[in-house]
Design a protein around this ligand. Sequence first.
Ligand SMILES: C[S@@+](CC[C@H](N)C(=O)[O-])C[C@H]1O[C@@H](n2cnc3c(N)ncnc32)[C@H](O)[C@@H]1O
Length: 189
Amino acid sequence: MEWIALLLIVSILIIFIVDCVRCKITPTPSSKKVRLKVLEILPKTVDGVILELGSGFGQMALDLSKHFPKNSVMSFEKAYIPYFIQRFLLMRSHAKNITLFFKDFKKRDFSNSGLIFCYLYRSIMPELMKKIRSEAQKPTWVISHTFAIDELKPIKTAYANDLYNTPIYLYLIRPQEYKKHSAHPSASI
Ligand SMILES: C[S@@+](CC[C@H](N)C(=O)[O-])C[C@H]1O[C@@H](n2cnc3c(N)ncnc32)[C@H](O)[C@@H]1O
């Protein structure tokens, strides 16, 4: 019996480590203070779907679904343990507007996005910006904390009231096509 428990623990540990290597990041959740500050600086309305890229255990996705009850929130996670924990938490929550995908968000088309939240890692940010720019059909709000998109000037930068003064960056990314025809965003801050 003890061997079975030990085997289970070791297997979970191996899955966790392999996933961290595969995803290039641990499923560290955004802290409560960071999440509160994110909600504070979000635009009031969003036109389109809200994407949580690499949603971890899902607290931020739940906050976003409460904050924007009329929008659809799509949550993407490709590591097994956070995915199953989030699935369990979603079953217990009353959130009706979240859909969780066990999927690499890079394989998802961003055409209908209105707002994208991410807390990822530095090297993915330029790639992410290019993907949003080429696929989004309208100006898309992007909110990222800890890691900035170096090529873009944020519309707003806020700092969480935590030990690290975590920076939170709000951008408005205009798709390539849209840029040629108009200069006005379709959402208000
Ligand atoms: C630092 S955690 C952030 C969790 C959550 N967004 C939050 O703020 O609390 C980053 C998560 O992104 C996931 N991730 C990284 N790359 C991914 C990808 N390409 N597709 C889906 N999930 C990914 C990781 O597995 C990890 O759980």
